[in-house]
Design a protein around this ligand. Structure first.
Ligand code: ZN
Ligand code: ZN
Length: 780
């Protein structure tokens, strides 16, 4: 019998295939199929030569895509025949020197099941070792100083591997082959427990983690150094402990997140759907917003007045050990003083947090990049992000079409993220934060520099928001002065574009873009935020309808004090004298002095711009009803969020919807809505019903305008974006109404609808606008 013919193939695998254990996987796979040859990384991904029986080769190639390691993302597997060499074995080759390595830096990955079982196995050499990791899990982005991603370029460079770790690291058959942060109790980082003066507490015999857990059970606040920064932890079932943390942190109402050991602990305090379970246990381990159960003992102050709790599962070995020792879930909130970014450097943390935390559980693995936790919820059965950061950044988003040039977009002011884009990839940054202080601006500037290095991007174009006072805009204008072309992109155009890119829509697809949010600078100098457009990524967007302009008395003061919006609306409707006489709680609470103040501001347009903002309309209604946050919002969007929470039960009622044409634009007369709300309040209808009616009215406005625009323009697809669409009631009702009318509805899935997703849309529109501006110039 003749031996079957041997064939040889060159196979190229592209995607996220480096630094994810792909070569050992190929090695094992080749041996399984009795193939000889080589595998190595190169500039384009992974290059394999394999030789053997044709049917084995076939199976091998198929398995490359289908059975790839958990962290790999295989975008393509292409092969071509080579002449057979008759080599006898399969080898992993070192990467060629001199080749520019294109290794994508991965997000941090939660502890895998294999590492967790080692962590809990008394016979394992890593038993209870809090820095256990492998090729399938562990820190990545937060410890990477530069590329190529190698131990020497991470904050693990100072730790020399012991012979055991070195052996694992060098063995292609080992789970820790080239795992850069590989470590063990003999050679790796160690934990310490400090008091708030920085003095080490000796924790024998229980150890620092067990002792920290014991202190947490005794009402202490403990700062814990995690993956991307410090958390502040306390016991969630103890009102006093939670109130202490709130008081010291100067954080009045904004909810705290919880960390749980396992799903069982989560189920005990929240209702969890299968989709939510999948999200909780995904390798990124985000905070998931879940419906909270009644009477679970979780202190009210953990999330005052909220119907949801933000919960995440333990995602580092340190967390696993701590939560096992504690035996209960823990409050785990960002380690910062109210508005500052999360602390991540040891000395800084001790300095910033010594007034808040009683103890510090720290370690000597340095965090290079700060990275807050990600927050996601499930909406209509799929992921709907609120904030994308740890575990998500800096994974590239794949887009439907490529960028003509390397583009940097600077994002907005609040919840800032920036974006670097090249070819068909957009690298959205981790959460930078509210650009209101020096520390955040520094982290923005350094972040951009870091990403440019990591992804080999040299911006040829910079995109910015039209608001001249945003620090991100000022930064872009500085770059422009150095000669870099810069393009301003309208805030809500960017929101709609972001939603389209998020859904990988083509650049020609025409849509109706609905952007509802708090604040964005309009092309007419007014503050926009209740906008309806028509257009596409390629041609840009035209404003076709918006909410009626209303005064924003005192500018940003009206955002912090939502009652101002209510008074301005009342004064506009009834006049100053009659407003004073209205038997409304909102007027009584504000007092005569404030009514007169707002009347003067509005009358003389003193620091009172006009706004079509949907967020401010929600604020006005929230203040009329009198939700707690309407006196003074202690976090962004608080009054509107509380208004959503007030809505109770379905309603068939709606407030009047009147549209008035103005040129080729439709104006939604919001005064009519306010008048109807006042009427309901005066006739004693409950707040829950008024809120529900208002939500239904807003959803019907969205559907009605889309209907009008479809009639005139024939466009059948709708993109919903902007921070107001973080309101689940509005999102769900709008989508349902639109789908009933057979619209195709695009909503966010990979980037947030709020300003955290803005940079993606900015980058795409700037790239297109720059092309068409050049074309115009060339035509002239
Ligand atoms: Zn692992
Ligand atoms: Zn070791």
């Amino acid at each position: 019998m003749r031996a079957p013919a041997r064939e040889r193939r060159e196979v190229r695998v592209r995607g996220i295939v480096q630094g994810v254990g792909f070569r050992p996987f190929v090695y094992a796979l080749a041996r399984k199929h009795g193939l000889s040859g080589t595998v190595r990384n190169d500039a384009e991904g992974v290059r394999i030569e394999v030789e053997g029986a044709p049917d084995e080769l076939e199976r091998f190639v198929r398995a490359l895509g289908e059975d790839a390691p958990p962290l790999a993302v295989v975008e393509s597997v292409l092969w071509q025949p080579l002449a057979a060499l008759g080599d006898g074995e399969f080898r992993i080759e070192e990467s060629r020197e001199g080749l520019r390595r294109q290794t994508l830096v991965l997000p941090d990955v939660a502890t895998c099941d294999d590492c967790l079982s080692e962590l809990l196995d008394p016979k394992d050499r890593r038993y209870r070792y809090p820095f256990t990791n492998c090729t399938n899990c562990g820190p990545r982005f937060t410890i990477t100083r530069s590329v190529p991603y190698d131990r020497a370029t991470t904050t693990m460079s100072g730790f020399t591997m012991c012979p055991d770790c070195r052996r694992e690291y060098e063995d292609p058959a080992d789970r820790r082959f080239h795992a850069q942060p590989n470590a063990c109790p003999v050679c790796g980082p160690q934990v310490k427990l400090l008091d708030r003066f920085g003095h080490e507490l000796h924790a024998k015999p229980e150890g620092p983690i067990a002792r920290a857990a014991r202190m947490l059970r005794g009402r202490a606040v403990v700062a814990i150094k995690g993956l991307g920064g410090y958390h502040l932890a306390c016991e969630p079932f103890d009102e006093k402990a939670v109130r202490t943390l709130r008081g010291r942190k100067v954080r009045q109402d904004k909810p705290f997140a919880l960390m749980a050991r396992d799903l069982a602990q989560v189920h005990a305090i929240c209702r969890v759907s299968p989709e939510e379970e999948a999200l909780l246990t995904s390798p990124a381990r985000p905070i998931v917003l879940l419906e909270r159960r009644e009477n679970t003992g979780v202190a009210e102050d953990v999330a005052p007045r909220q119907s949801t709790l933000g919960v995440m599962l333990a995602y580092t070995p340190l967390h696993h050990l701590l939560l096992r020792e504690a035996g209960i879930p823990l409050v785990m909130t960002s380690g910062n003083n109210s508005d500052e970014p999360i602390a991540y450097r040891d000395e800084e943390a001790l300095d910033q947090l010594c007034e808040i935390a009683d103890y510090f559980l720290v370690h000597d693995r340095e965090i290079y990049m700060r990275c807050d936790d990600t927050v996601v919820r499930i909406a209509r059965g799929r992921s709907y992000p609120v904030r994308c950061s740890r575990g998500y950044a800096p994974a590239p988003l794949r887009l439907a079409e490529g960028f003509a040039r390397h583009t940097l977009s600077c994002g907005g002011e609040l919840k800032n993220t920036f974006c670097l884009a090249k070819d068909r990839h957009a690298f959205m940054s981790h959460h930078i934060g509210d650009m209101e202080n020096y520390e955040t601006l520094r982290s923005f500037r350094e972040g951009i520099k870091h990403y440019c290095g990591l992804f080999d991007v040299s911006p040829q174009l910079v995109a910015y928001d039209l608001h001249p006072e945003y620090l991100s805009t000022k930064y872009a204008r500085e770059l422009e002065e150095t000669g870099l072309p810069a393009v301003g992109v309208q805030h809500h155009h960017a929101h709609v574009a972001s939603c389209l890119a998020d859904n990988e829509r083509s650049e020609e697809e025409r849509v109706i873009g609905v952007a509802l949010d708090g604040t964005g600078y309009g092309t007419d100098g007014a503050i926009w935020g209740g906008e309806f457009f028509e257009g596409s990524l390629e041609e840009g967007f035209t404003r076709r309808a918006h909410l009626e302009y209303a005064p924003l008395p005192g500018g940003s003061a009206a955002i912090r004090q939502p009652w101002r919006m209510a008074l301005a609306q009342l004064i506009g409707l009834f006049g100053e004298a009659e407003t004073l006489g209205l038997p409304l709680a909102a007027v009584r609470k504000a007092g005569e002095r404030n009514v007169r103040l707002i009347a003067r501001l509005v009358e003389h347009r003193l620091n009172t711009p006009l706004t079509s903002s949907a967020g401010r309309l929600f604020d006005a209604v929230a203040a009329l009803i009198g939700v707690p946050g309407s006196a003074r919002a202690t976090y962004e969007g608080q009054a509107a969020i509380e208004l959503e929470l007030t809505a109770n039960g379905p309603t068939n009622r709606s407030y009047p919807i009147r549209l008035r044409p103005e040129g080729d634009t439709w104006i939604v007369e919001t005064r009519e809505i306010i008048a109807a709300v006042v009427e309901d309040l005066l006739s004693g209808r409950p707040a829950s019903e008024i809120s529900a009616t208002f939500h239904r009215t807003m959803a019907r406005i969205v559907a009605k305008i889309c209907d009008k625009l479809r009639e005139s323009g024939g466009v059948n697809a709708v993109a919903l974006s902007g921070g107001t669409f973080q309101n689940m009631l509005l999102l769900t009702q709008s989508t349902n109404l639109l789908e009933e009318k057979s619209f195709v509805v695009h909503t966010h899935r990979r980037v947030p609808a709020n300003d955290g997703g803005l940079a993606l849309g900015q980058a795409i529109l700037a790239d297109k606008q720059f092309d068409s501006a050049n074309k115009l110039r060339a035509d002239r």
